[in-house]
Design a protein around this ligand. Structure first.
Ligand code: NI
Length: 136
């Protein structure tokens, strides 16, 4: 891949902190760290576009004995099977369950799905992580 060189100016204090941070993260040079930041910024901007195609995961934790959460969740997931590619269920202990939903669709649809699942009574924790379907 062709690369283009650019010059970047930093205030000395900022550069010092940046160098410390990227060293801690394991980068061997500034260029790769800056490229990763640029890619992440582009992905973060893209996933804000309501119609953008996104893929990601939603992680939820709930107590399967809490009301009829298990049934509600199953019913909701079947109703949105077009957005949910797969589901992994782990029994954390005698009560709590962790599920990871792999999701794909238009950003606004996937966010609505995530918000609605999180709002179900009995969901203790819900976290959505999205990336664009074709990250830079
Ligand atoms: Ni379980």
């Amino acid at each position: 891949m062709a690369v283009e060189r650019v010059g970047v100016s930093f205030e000395p204090e900022l550069l010092e902190q940046f160098d410390k941070l990227i060293k801690k993260k394991g980068y061997t040079n500034r260029s790769e760290a800056l490229r990763d930041l640029a890619r992440d910024s582009i992905v973060q901007a893209d996933i804000q576009l309501p119609q953008g195609l996104v893929v990601g995961t939603m992680t939820i934790v709930y107590n399967h004995e809490d009301g009829d959460i298990t049934n509600k969740l199953l019913h909701y997931q079947h109703g949105h099977h077009d957005l949910i590619l797969s589901t992994t269920h782990i029994h954390i202990d005698g009560h709590d369950c962790l599920e990871v939903l792999v999701v794909k669709g238009r950003a606004e649809q996937v966010r609505a799905l995530s918000d609605n699942i999180r709002a179900l009574k009995g969901i203790k924790h819900g976290k959505l992580v999205l990336v664009t379907s074709s990250p830079p």
